[in-house]
Design a protein around this ligand. Structure first.
Ligand SMILES: C[S@@+](CC[C@H](N)C(=O)[O-])C[C@H]1O[C@@H](n2cnc3c(N)ncnc32)[C@H](O)[C@@H]1O
Length: 211
């Protein structure tokens, strides 16, 4: 793998993420699937166990899900097969999003990346976002607000980030300290088309395109 990260799974990936964490994100995934910018071909970057990708495929679009974790991708493939969705409509691959190339058919209409940027090492964040604005015409990003509010939803988010382990919490703190999405989008020279908050102000939802 050149310039990116090697595929790897954490102990929480696969069944634990799929059964316990993914269901907690059902509301966010529904919001994204309903408000996705138009176009038939979608990349779900950092797709985890594939819950959002399955939902989007259910709306009739063609979806490719990509994740670094072999355990998450194996689980996502199993769930898609169980749901009888496959072939061209929904496929998954293990890859570092930072190293993706534009598909032979041309760029995706939309890429989604949900709750993944904040957990990446600092340097990987702009590399991944930069790659997404190359392989897709528009990118819909959901990630934590900065600053994180001190309301009930903000306290729950902090507790969940602590529970995810020391490395994960350090990345979350670093993301907060650096101002979250706004400086990253400026860094990759993206044009923000729309922006709103969700879940008690703990999440930012941004749709942006390459300049
Ligand atoms: C918190 S999970 C979110 C998963 C999914 N987007 C969801 O909404 O359930 C973050 C995911 O990002 C993946 N990830 C992190 N860095 C990545 C990279 N550079 N390329 C591909 N996947 C990556 C991790 O393996 C993990 O599955």
């Amino acid at each position: 793998m050149t310039g990116g990260r090697t595929p790897r799974s954490t102990p929480y990936d696969g069944p634990i993420y799929g059964r316990w964490v993914e269901p907690m994100l059902a509301g966010v995934h529904g919001f994204v699937a309903e408000r996705l910018p138009s176009g038939p071909r979608v990349l779900d970057a950092c797709c985890g166990t594939g819950g959002l990708a399955r939902r989007i495929a259910g709306t009739g679009r063609r979806v490719v899900g990509v994740d670094l974790s072999p355990k998450n991708i194996a689980y996502a493939q199993r769930r898609a097969a169980d749901a009888g969705i496959g072939g061209d409509r929904l496929s998954f691959e293990v890859a570092d999003v930072a190293t993706l190339a534009v598909p032979a058919e041309g760029p995706y209409d939309v890429a989604t990346v949900v709750l993944a940027i904040h957990e990446m090492p600092t340097a990987a964040r702009a590399r991944v976002l930069g790659a997404l604005f190359t392989v897709a015409r528009r990118v819909m990003i959901v990630d934590f607000s900065t600053p994180m509010p001190w309301n009930l939803a903000g306290l729950k988010t902090r507790m969940a980030e602590v529970a995810a382990g020391r490395t994960h919490f350090a990345a979350f703190r670093d993301y907060q300290r650096r101002g979250g999405l706004a400086p990253l989008l400026a860094d990759v020279e993206a044009t923000v088309e729309s922006e709103r908050s969700l879940d008690g102000g703990t999440l930012r939802v941004v749709v942006a395109s390459a300049n």
